[in-house]
Design a protein around this ligand. Structure first.
Ligand SMILES: NC(=O)c1ccc[n+]([C@@H]2O[C@H](COP(=O)([O-])OP(=O)(O)OC[C@H]3O[C@@H](n4cnc5c(N)ncnc54)[C@H](O)[C@@H]3O)[C@@H](O)[C@H]2O)c1
Length: 278
């Protein structure tokens, strides 16, 4: 048996990824800043899963989590950088602390996890690092601008690190970035009435189980970058490639996204999933 670490695994997408990795026979560390949530999630998963406190903004804590997981299960096979936070609003509207938190968790956290995993995977010349990015890593929507900036950095770091590995002669370690559209997780539960979060509803709102399945498939058929759904990745890249046209289209795209968001809100108002996001 080998180990997998899933950051931010206490709930949402991370929980679903952790569950599928455990089903594949990996000993999974559900690692989350919410320690009680991580332990409860590991209990729900069962088998060899265990929960632990991990704040991904702490590089030494990431190293320790990687070492502990490898010692416990005889090697580190998979590290999933899933932990992330979302704040919405125009780029100038965040508090300094919120802007810094977005960069700390979504960028430094992902870098810390990647580097901690590579310290064990490079010498072993094996292992797979899955980085959860977002379509916001391919195009920057209004209202989620700072979040999108962090996800662009996360994507550049993932792909660039893969190039660094191959350039250095390391062929056995894999890195993949998954860029999903909006996902119906606690991250969005309290954003249904937030017009600034409308881009999350602009395309296809995915279920975490769907995205987790696609993420875990990457272990068998590795690809550097996968967007979900695929066509939305194409749309996002086209938007990015034509910023003048995109600027002109933004009001219509946002108006349509807000209509979809309202429709979703009406449909899901009473479904009991209205937990606040972090
Ligand atoms: N929900 C979406 O619409 C969506 C879309 C695309 C990508 N994503 C990305 O998917 C990933 C998972 O998001 P989610 O929707 O499941 O969100 P979520 O808010 O439901 O879960 C995020 C988890 O990360 C944990 N976390 C937050 N800060 C942390 C830290 N410093 N250290 C360790 N854990 C921390 C939280 O405690 C929580 O358990 C994130 O990277 C997010 O950006 C989400």
């Amino acid at each position: 048996m080998a180990a997998a670490v899933v950051t931010g695994g206490a709930r949402g997408l991370g929980f679903e990824i952790a569950r599928l990795l455990a089903q594949r026979g990996l000993a999974v560390n559900v690692a989350d800043v919410d320690e009680a949530g991580a332990q409860a999630a590991a209990e729900r998963i069962g088998g060899s899963a265990w929960g632990s406190a991990l704040n991904v903004t702490d590089p030494e804590a990431c190293r320790e989590a990687a070492r502990a997981a490898a010692e416990r299960a005889g090697g580190l096979a998979v590290w999933v950088n899933n932990a992330g936070i979302l704040r919405t609003g125009p780029s100038w509207s965040h508090s300094d602390a919120d802007r810094r938190a977005l960069v700390d968790v979504n960028v430094h956290g992902l870098m810390n996890g990647t580097i901690a995993a590579l310290e064990l995977m490079r010498p072993a010349n094996s292992g797979h690092i899955l980085n959860v990015v977002s379509l916001a890593g391919l195009a920057a929507p209004p209202g989620e601008t700072v979040y999108a900036a962090t996800k662009h950095a996360a994507l550049a770091f993932t792909v660039g690190t893969l190039y660094d590995l191959r350039e250095s002669g390391c062929k056995g370690v894999r890195l993949s970035a998954i860029c999903p559209d909006g996902i119906w997780t606690p991250m969005l539960y309290d954003k249904v009435d937030d017009p600034q979060a409308a881009p999350s509803w602009s395309g296809v709102l995915l279920q975490p189980e769907q995205v987790a399945r696609r993420a875990v498939e990457l272990l068998d058929s590795p690809r550097p970058v996968v967007s979900m759904p695929r066509w939305r990745g194409g749309v996002a890249r086209a938007f990015s490639a034509a910023p003048r046209l995109a600027t002109a289209l933004v009001p219509a795209v946002m108006a349509d996204a807000r209509r979809r968001q309202k429709r979703w809100g009406r449909k899901h108002a009473g479904d009991g999933r209205g937990t606040a996001s972090s």
